[in-house]
Design a protein around this ligand. Structure first.
Ligand SMILES: [Zn+2]
Length: 180
């Protein structure tokens, strides 16, 4: 399996005009479940916060399927390309809402802290209302350009089923750990 450099982040770190998100974005629900699992494992919000944050980049670096898996080599990174990407993001967000209610996360502050910090890099880098603001600071520009955008391992073409399998296993294991 080859890491394809097809969708490297815009080296200027800016979101192209008209773009809604500059994807690549692993499922937010996977990050949330991972952060909650860290919260459960550590039982300590002060550990869960940084560990959750770091987990984001580790999970992005796993070979995974995501909306941009269907893009072609050479496509520019900008906004949503097609309805599949929209559909996946909507399903993902619905799953996030389901998880929050299913686990009644407001009753479990440590899971909440872990989950929030695990999603934070995407919330900072991919929400159009403030990502440009964050990108203006040295730290967040570096985090986006040199870490977040570089680390992703999205699967394409014949490797898409492998990416889906890894997504499903990862989400399943976290879910199982949280309910057991
Ligand atoms: Zn990410």
């Amino acid at each position: 399996m080859v890491r394809t450099p097809a969708f490297q982040a815009d080296s200027r770190g800016s979101t192209p005009r008209g773009a809604i998100f500059n994807l690549k974005i692993m499922f937010l629900s996977a990050h949330l479940l991972a952060g909650m699992s860290i919260g459960k494992a550590t039982g300590n919000p002060y550990i869960a916060a940084p560990a959750g944050f770091i987990s984001h980049y580790i999970i992005d670096a796993l070979p995974h399927f995501e909306g941009s898996s269907f893009r072609k080599v050479g496509d520019k990174e900008e906004g949503f390309k097609n309805w599949v990407e929209w559909l996946l993001v909507i399903l993902d967000l619905l799953f996030v809402i389901f998880i929050l209610f299913y686990f009644k996360i407001w009753q479990h502050p440590t899971l909440l802290v872990g989950g929030f910090f695990a999603m934070l890099p995407d919330l900072i880098d991919h929400v159009p209302f403030w990502n440009k603001f964050f990108r203006k600071t040295k730290l967040f520009k570096w985090l986006h350009d040199k870490v977040h955008a570089e680390i992703h391992w999205t699967t394409y073409g014949k490797w898409i089923p492998v990416g889906i399998l890894i997504d499903v296993i990862f989400i399943g294991v976290c879910f199982w750990y949280l309910i057991r």
